[in-house]
Design a protein around this ligand. Structure first.
Ligand code: ATP
Ligand code: MG
Length: 290
C-alpha cells in the first residue's frame, strides 16, 4: 500500500496476486507460567481475512492481541513455540515464520536515531532480500514518493530526534509502505500519540489505503478508533483470547462526526462494550476517544 504515484513496478511477489487470504485455524498459544505449568493466552481462535480492507482487532489490555498479530507477522517469542497448536495459512500455504508480503508497524516506531528520515525509510532496501529485488534508482524514487505520500518530503534530511511523535510514526509507516506490502500488520501504531495527532494519522491511513488497498490487521484498544477505521471489527475476550464478536462496518470512510454519533455507530459501540464487559469486569481496559 502506498499513496505514492509511481511508475515503478511492485516486486514479483506483490504483482502475482492482488488479493491475499489469511486463515487462522484453531490457534492456541500457551506460555510457561512463572510458578510452573503453562498459561493459556489464546484459546482456539479461528479467523479468515479474505480481501483488502482494514480489520480491527480489539480487546482488553493483556488479552492476547499482540500475540496474535506477532504470530501473523512471524515474530517468534523466545522460549515458546508459537502458535502452541493450530495453523496460519497465507494464500493456502502454511506459514510458520515471517512472510515476504507482510510488514509490521509498532507503537514504538523503532526509527534509527543515527539515520536521516530518508535513510530510515530506505532501510529495508539495505537488506539482501530487497536489494536483490529492486534497483537503486527505483527504490530511491519509491522512497521519495512514499515520503511525499506521508507528508514528510520536506523533512527527509532530518534525524528522528528533530521530529515530533506523529512525524516519527509517519517515518515508520513510510518504511512499511515503501515495500508495498499486501499485508500490513499494525500494533497500536497511534496509541502513544495525542488525540489530535492520532486523528491526523487515522486520516492519513485512510487516504493511503484508498490509494492502494491492502489487507490491514490493526490492533487497538480504542473503541472509537475501531469504529472510525474498520471495515470489520473483531472483538476478543479477556485472556485467554477467544473471538467474542466479529462484525462488518459498511459506512464509507472517512466517517463523519455525525455518523460517529448516529444510532448505528452508538449501537456498535454498545455492542463492543457488552462483549468486553461479558468477558469479565476489571480484566484489562479499553479506551473511548472523546
Ligand atoms: N513471550 C512471552 N512469554 C510469556 N508470556 C507472554 C509472552 N508474550 C506475551 N505474554 C503474555 O501473554 C499475555 C497477552 O499478551 P499480549 O501482549 O498479546 O496482550 P495484548 O492484548 O497485546 O495487551 P496490550 O493491550 O496491553 O498490548 C500477557 O499476559 C503477557 O504477559
Ligand atoms: Mg499489545
Amino acid at each position: 500500500m502506498s499513496g505514492a504515484a509511481s511508475s515503478t513496478p511492485a516486486p514479483a511477489a506483490a504483482t502475482a496476486k492482488a488479493g491475499v487470504t489469511i486463515v487462522l485455524k484453531d490457534i492456541v498459544q500457551e506460555y510457561p507460567a512463572p510458578g510452573g505449568g503453562t498459561t493459556r493466552v489464546v484459546d482456539g481462535v479461528n479467523l479468515a481475512f479474505e480481501r483488502p480492507g482494514i480489520n480491527m482487532l480489539l480487546g482488553p489490555s493483556g488479552c492476547g492481541k499482540s500475540t496474535i498479530l506477532h504470530m501473523l507477522g512471524g515474530v517468534r517469542p523466545m522460549g515458546a513455540k508459537t502458535p502452541t497448536s493450530g495453523k496460519i495459512l497465507i494464500d493456502g500455504a502454511e506459514c510458520d515464520g515471517a512472510h515476504d508480503d507482510s510488514v509490521m508497524v509498532f507503537q514504538r516506531y523503532a526509527n534509527r536515531p543515527d539515520l536521516s528520515v530518508f535513510d530510515n525509510v530506505a532501510f529495508p532496501f539495505r537488506l539482501k532480500l530487497w536489494r536483490q529485488r529492486i534497483a537503486e534508482t527505483e527504490w530511491r524514487q519509491r522512497v521519495a514518493d512514499t515520503l511525499k505520500a506521508v507528508g514528510l518530503a520536506d523533512k527527509q534530511r532530518l534525524r528522528p530526534a528533530q521530529l515530533s511523535g506523529g512525524q516519527n510514526q509517519r517515518v515508520a509507516l513510510a518504511r512499511a509502505l515503501v515495500l508495498r506490502p499486501r499485508i500490513l500488520l499494525m500494533d497500536e501504531p497511534f496509541g502513544a500519540l495525542d488525540a489530535q495527532t492520532r486523528e491526523e494519522m487515522q486520516r492519513l491511513l485512510i487516504d493511503l489505503h484508498n490509494a492502494q488497498p491492502c489487507l490491514v490487521v490493526f490492533v487497538t484498544h480504542d473503541v472509537t478508533e475501531a469504529l472510525v477505521l474498520g471495515d470489520r471489527v473483531i472483538v476478543l475476550s479477556a485472556q485467554p483470547a477467544r473471538v467474542a464478536d466479529d462484525f462488518v462496518i459498511t459506512e464509507p470512510r472517512p466517517r463523519s462526526g455525525a455518523w460517529q454519533r448516529s444510532g448505528e455507530a452508538v449501537r456498535m459501540e454498545e455492542r463492543i462494550f457488552e462483549q468486553l464487559h461479558a468477558s469479565g469486569p476489571g480484566r484489562g481496559s479499553v479506551r473511548v476517544t472523546v
